[in-house]
Write a protein that binds this ligand. Structure first.
Ligand SMILES: Nc1ncnc2c1ncn2[C@@H]1O[C@H](COP(=O)(O)OP(=O)(O)OP(=O)(O)O)[C@@H](O)[C@H]1O
Ligand SMILES: O=P(O)(O)OC[C@H]1O[C@H](OP(=O)(O)OP(=O)(O)O)[C@H](O)[C@@H]1O
Length: 397
């Protein structure tokens, strides 16, 4: 085997059963990949697109890179959201980590674990990413180069909370203040907290005035730590609260440190320096905003008898649920009567919130509406989105 004098490894914590394989590209560059399979046939799975993309990964890459969660809770919902925005991700097979969004030609999608998305945004290997706010806060640690472009993608909702046992010395403790006041915590016997959030955990406890605290970490099943005697409390993500309940733990007042959902984040450096990143970000942002605004709304069309468009509009606007986004569109419906074209009816079009559908239909009927048609909405584009304006301000543009 040839000796390699100029090579380095980025990561080394692979299981010992993993075989290191080297794949030599037919082109002058080469790449190597780690595989846990012992079958030599898997060596053929390096496809042209991965190969091409790796070649483009040099610092002079032209493509814009978007990192998406490769699996887990955020994986499929991220793909669903993009699909709903007509930005379907085309992935040849689920084990291939690079993909395309045909609507945005110069964009590469890279599937990565969420924490790696944040790391790679910071290192300049990704330009944009979608991750949970919790992961961004933990691994981004407030770095100025990370800019949140869309802060509410409406999925992946959870909260980062401290939880304590329901039993023993904690039975009567119901708030963070009470926990802090407990005389038990001293320099010799500090409050022991298990958490996977080794940056945010200590930060929040310090901010809340806890002086005697120690932290331990684990990769999962943190809720077991108090019952195992390893910790007094945990700081972990909670959504339904079932895992806490099933492990006899409780949240306490003042103990939610962060409310999280999926966010679109960008590297400030890329936005400013890399050609096309700002335009692509704008397109993705506008589609996301327009779609998310539309998700909660229906379009309603109905016919209404009236003497003029203004008179019909006044009747519609007199009903609180029917004012729409800006007001109703009212247009005459022409018909021929005795050889004359007249407009006794008007068609009205409004948007209504989905959760007010039935109330709105009843209000429409009350003011003489008939033939009510309800259709889903794909996008609602506004003149200019406040998030785009905010982004320009953050970039100093
Ligand atoms: N109940 C929950 N527990 C954990 N994460 C949740 C929960 N609800 C929503 N989320 C969101 O999902 C993200 C975690 O997803 P998941 O646990 O599937 O993968 P991950 O831990 O980020 O990645 P990996 O499993 O590859 O380490 C969190 O960062 C958070 O934003
Ligand atoms: O409030 P709930 O809906 O019960 O969700 C919270 C649990 O989900 C996550 O764990 P995950 O399922 O990812 O397993 P893990 O503990 O092995 O990380 C999180 O770490 C909590 O344990």
């Amino acid at each position: 085997m040839a000796s390699f004098q100029h090579c380095f490894f980025l990561h080394h914590n692979y299981p010992s059963s993993t075989h290191l394989r080297m794949f030599v590209s037919p082109k002058p560059s080469f790449c190597c990949r780690l595989s846990s399979s012992s079958s030599s046939s898997s060596a053929t799975t390096l496809t042209t697109s991965v190969d091409d993309a790796l070649e483009r990964s040099a610092s002079d890459r032209n493509a814009i890179r978007l990192g998406l969660p490769s699996k887990g809770r955020l994986g499929s919902e991220t793909l669903d959201l993009l699909k709903d925005c007509q930005l379907s991700v085309m992935q040849v097979n689920p084990r291939q980590y690079v993909a395309d969004i045909p609507q945005i030609p110069n964009l590469e999608v890279w599937f990565q674990r969420s924490n790696d998305i944040v790391r790679k945004l910071l290192s300049g290997d990704l330009d944009l990413g979608i991750v949970g706010l919790d992961t961004l806060s933990e691994y981004g640690q407030g770095k100025a180069d990370l800019i949140i472009v869309h802060d509410a993608l409406d999925y992946g909702d959870c909260r980062l909370s401290i939880a304590i046992p329901r039993y023993g010395i904690f039975e009567t403790i119901n708030s963070l203040n009470e926990l802090a006041q407990m005389p038990q915590w001293t320099a010799e016997k500090p409050l022991r907290i298990a958490t996977g959030f080794s940056h945010l955990g200590p930060k929040f406890m310090k901010e809340n005035g806890f002086k005697h605290v120690t932290f331990s970490t684990a990769d999962g099943a943190l809720e077991a730590a108090p019952a195992m005697g390893i910790a007094d409390a945990i700081i972990d993500l909670v959504s339904s609260g079932t895992t806490l309940r099933e492990n006899n733990l409780k949240e306490i007042e003042g103990g939610i440190f962060l409310e999280s959902e999926a966010v679109l984040v960008a590297s400030k450096k890329s936005l400013i320096e890399r050609k096309g990143v700002l335009d692509t970000t704008r397109e993705i942002l506008e589609r996301l905003e327009a779609h998310l605004r539309a998700v909660g709304q229906f379009t309603v069309t109905a016919n209404m008898r009236g003497s003029s468009a203004e008179e019909v509009a006044e009747r519609v606007l007199s009903q609180p649920s029917l004012s729409g986004l800006q007001g109703p569109t009212v247009s005459p419906v022409f018909c021929k009567k005795g050889g004359k074209v007249t407009a006794d009816y008007y068609a009205i079009v409004i948007c209504i919130p989905k959760n007010e559908l039935y109330k709105s239909v009843r209000q429409l009927r009350d003011i003489g509406g008939s033939g009510v048609l309800i259709s889903p909405l794909t996008y609602i584009f506004d003149e200019e989105t406040p998030r785009w304006q905010n982004l320009l301000v953050k970039l100093g543009l």
